[in-house]
Write a protein that binds this ligand. Structure first.
Ligand code: KG4
Ligand code: ZN
Length: 348
């Protein structure tokens, strides 16, 4: 069963064909990161304008070569899954409008997918060239860490998810991005900060450990950001810092964020012994230090198999659409609205 996924919730325009919720036949991702770098971050109107330009070429490339030589529904596409929210409304509308028109022209059903459910499904994805390996097993714990959210989910099935921890303020990716801005680094901040941190001294600045007095699976990152601001100010400001000092501060800040995330994961594991697997998904799951820290602390994690499955992509939306259909049947094709802000439970 082949599903066409479409994702346009933030600054990416992506389309993908995924078979049986796992095998990524094709995936195209166009990013407006370069244009947005000129604005120093995501600027909704710029992102949406670029998505309008990219949507059709991205779709055309994702659909070529097509799984069958015919057009429309006969291409072999069973359904179209599209991100319905949360995200930037103007950007989301580019994807949902395109998906609605295509579904109508092809006479195939449409599945509205919550962006987070897409990330939660990304650990199922297999690159086209890979043979099926072991299937993830429920119940499992997923740490979903992106620019928009930082959540811990206990998952009993694709549609039965319990939120057991969440950030009380900034998301982890947002902390990376804001930290990068304070260090004078360009957008997109997270990966640039992570690259700068490579080889730096992670103990150069000892950052506070957020919520360490509480027994909680929640997270908080805004204090770390404020501490970073003071650490830079106390050393005479960004202009006074040497390149080595910037590297060391970046490494320390990254260490503090990863430490906080892994501690939250440890708390969750202590409380939920039934979890058979631990998954980390979302843009920040691309972070190498987060991955190595889990290994150092003996936490075996399952990650998306490619870096492009960590950050926003359409394959994860197609996978989520497939699992929604498998667990809910035709109810997965229910009418949906496009929403800038929507809870995961409200959309399943
Ligand atoms: O999942 P995603 O692509 O989009 C959202 O749904 O938000 O995540 C983007 C976030 C950004 O905040 C970005 O800075 C962060 O993920 N990110 C990283 C890395 N790659 C992406 N943060 C730290 N290290 C990375 N290597
Ligand atoms: Zn995302």
């Amino acid at each position: 069963m082949i599903i066409l996924g479409i994702e346009t919730s933030c600054d990416e325009t992506s389309a993908a064909l995924v078979q049986d919720g796992r095998h990524v036949l094709t995936q195209i991702i166009a990013s407006s990161a370069k244009e947005l770098a000129e604005y120093g971050g995501v600027f909704p109107e710029v992102a949406a304008r670029r998505q309008v330009e990219c949507m059709i070429p991205v779709l055309e490339r994702a659909l070529t070569p097509s799984p069958s030589p015919h057009c429309g529904a006969e291409r072999g596409v069973f359904s179209i899954a599209v991100t319905r929210g949360p995200g930037l409304l103007t950007s989301l509308l580019v994807g949902t409008t395109t998906a609605r028109m295509l579904a109508s022209a092809w006479h195939v059903p449409l599945i509205g997918v919550h962006h987070t459910l897409g990330h939660l499904s990304s650990t199922w994805l297999l690159p086209h060239e890979c043979h099926a390996d072991d299937m993830p097993a429920f119940p499992l714990l997923t740490l979903s860490v992106s620019g928009g959210h930082t959540d811990l989910w206990l998952r009993e099935s694709h549609t039965k998810n319990t939120l057991i921890g969440r950030t009380r303020d900034d998301a982890a990716g947002e902390a990376f991005d804001k930290g990068a801005t304070l260090l004078g680094l360009p957008y997109p901040g997270g990966p640039v900060l992570a690259r700068l941190a490579e080889g730096g001294n992670p103990h150069f600045v000892e950052f506070p450990r957020p919520l360490h007095n509480e027994e909680t699976c929640d997270f908080s990152f805004s204090g770390l950001k404020t501490s970073l601001k003071y650490a830079i100010r106390d050393r005479g400001g960004i202009e006074a810092l040497s390149e080595i000092e910037k590297k060391d501060i970046a490494a320390s800040f990254q260490e503090a964020i990863c430490n906080h995330l892994v501690s939250g994961l440890e708390q969750a594991l202590e409380r939920h012994h039934q979890a058979l697997e631990i998954h980390i998904v979302g843009g920040v799951s691309a972070n190498k230090r987060l991955r190595s820290m889990c290994a150092e602390r003996g936490i075996k994690i399952r990650l998306p198999q490619k870096l492009e499955y960590c950050t926003d992509n359409a394959a994860m939306i197609a996978a989520a659409g497939y699992f929604l259909y498998k667990e809910k049947g035709d109810a997965a094709f229910a009418e949906f609205t496009t929403e800038a802000s929507v809870a995961l439970d409200a959309s399943m």
